[in-house]
Design a protein around this ligand. Sequence first.
Ligand code: ADP
Length: 396
Amino acid sequence: MKILVVNAGSSSLKYQLFDMTENRAIAKGNCERIGIDGAVTHKVPGREDYKATPSFPDHRAAIECVLGLLTDEKLGVISSVKEIAAVGHRFAHGGEKLRASAVLGADEIAYLESIVELNPLHGPPAISGFKACKEVMPDINHVGVFDTSYYSAMEEKAYIYPIPYELYEQYKIRRYGFHGTSHRFVAAKAAEMVGDKNAKIITCHLGNGSSITATVNGKAIDTSMGFTPQDGVPMGTRSGALDPTVPTYIMKKTGATPEETEKILNSKSGLLGVSGVSSDCRDVWAAAKAGNKRAKLAIDILVHNAKKIIGSYIAEMNGCDALVFTAGIGENDRAMRAAIAKDLSFLGIEMDEEANATCPSGEVADVSKKGAKVKTLVIPTNEEYMIALDTQNLTK
Ligand code: ADP
């Protein structure tokens, strides 16, 4: 069974074609500059990457190009589009109603259109991407997989904010949580490694965007991102959690509009804002090592806040069986992992420095000290595979 996974952004459309009998992607790529001019990169394992600059006036042109590449005599991996059994679409937001992955019909799309205000950046392009794919492949099932749905089992006390309840009822202001597909994938793998499907697990997805999630019995009970992906750990360019009056004070003092203030907190804060150097962790470490004090401070703030969240989740769960690191920083940045896991031995978290320093990027690794109460694990995330798996389960 072949499943196509599509992740549509405002000017991009990423794709992966999975062969589910082998549980692996047989081709993947990215269409970029949609609506501007057009560029595509198409990758097949064991072959040289193919790059071209076709014209992409819209998402439909991009998906037509993808299907052309997948079935191309030289560049392709399938002989006909008919080999694609179903398509899985990534959606950042499923609102309160789409609480699990679902085959997308008119009702689901109407609901997703009704909540674009909650998700103005990702919602409209993801819907356009779905519509384009449905037009080009009308006879097969299209499944939506929502980053938020992993959090649908959270209790009210974890998702209702302590503000007037009417604001939740009227505007749906609550914690939704994001990166759920990634947390679900790595938490399931960690439970398998711990050998207990009821395990208490903390997953740290640390990338350009970062979030930390607590999972018990395979269900997320709390997560650091909230109403938007702006909350929680400081990120590449996002502030993470703040005193709630900081934005309004910025507006009063600088005269910035709400949109300008959002931009400050979204695109000019985090590692970039504090260091003044870069949003990329590698650049910030390099500057810190060269003696840049603000770069060191930016890293210290990230570590400090990640530790605080981890500690609070151990308190919420009354224990922890595994602490997991994933995504760009979590999988690759050994120094960041060591700094976050340092001085947590009171809570049973003890890292084997040698194992952490030598574990190869891109592989699953147990980096905990022998006999440590909590396992510290590095698990590469694979959201696309999770989307393909849900799509297969819902359509086979
Ligand atoms: P996104 O949230 O955009 O998917 P990623 O998960 O790719 O982001 O993470 C990007 C972050 O990961 C950047 O801060 C980058 O510096 C960091 N990163 C990626 N590779 C490495 C590496 N080999 N060593 C250290 N940090 C890395």
